[in-house]
Design a protein around this ligand. Sequence first.
Ligand SMILES: [Zn+2]
Length: 266
Amino acid sequence: MSWFDSHCHLKTFWEKGELSAVIQRAQNASVLGMVTVGTSPKDWNIYSHLATEYQEMVYYSIGLHPGYVDEYWEQNTKGLRSFWDKPLPPVAFGEIGLDYFRLPSEEGKRNRMIDNQKAAFTKQLEWAKELDCPVIVHSRSAFDDCVNLIDASGLAWRNVVFHCFSEGAVQLNALLARGGVASFTGIVTFKNNDFLRQTLRLHPFEKLMLETDSPYLAPVPKRGKQNEPSYLSHIGEYLAENLQINSCELAAKTFRATRKFYRLPI
Ligand SMILES: [Zn+2]
């Protein structure tokens, strides 16, 4: 049995000196691959280094998360493109996108922030299109704008995953109809999240990806603790039972779908 954590952030573990134990626990839990996802220039070099150190176990993506976009976004994305010239390039751009959840209340500031987020997202989509590279989308309270900017970019939708999906059937179908996919975190294990479990059922299994988004969003039965990639097995086991399918089959399908999406050898 092998699970794949399609989206985690390893920086915290690395800084605390816990990373090798975290990777060991992941392997013990049959989590045999993970993508550590960049958010700002502060983690890109760390992740590039980790992917080299833990080859065939850790892969990395880099991008400027909308939460880190400000008026200096152009300067802060300067070094981004050159990572694709490295011997071990990132497997994706991400996470990038739009986050309208926490915007300033003052209208002028608010509009400037939205404009900056859109501009930074558009620029990174342009590079992704040029490189025909997968993109991990962070969308919070901004689904339609994200979809519209991706449409406008001309990036092939088979390169697009909306991570930590928490929208409904209409939005999921909008992604699937275009050829995009969604990935699901441990929030699908939360007791009162039947709505999301119903949505997940509409996603084709052959393209389904699971993620911890660790160190955030620990799943049941670890809720409230620091999340880590080994907990992907809890998400998988929970879902297998909930969907009444064999957990080995779910592991195999999601493992394959993830490697295929990130264009890793299968
Ligand atoms: Zn994330």
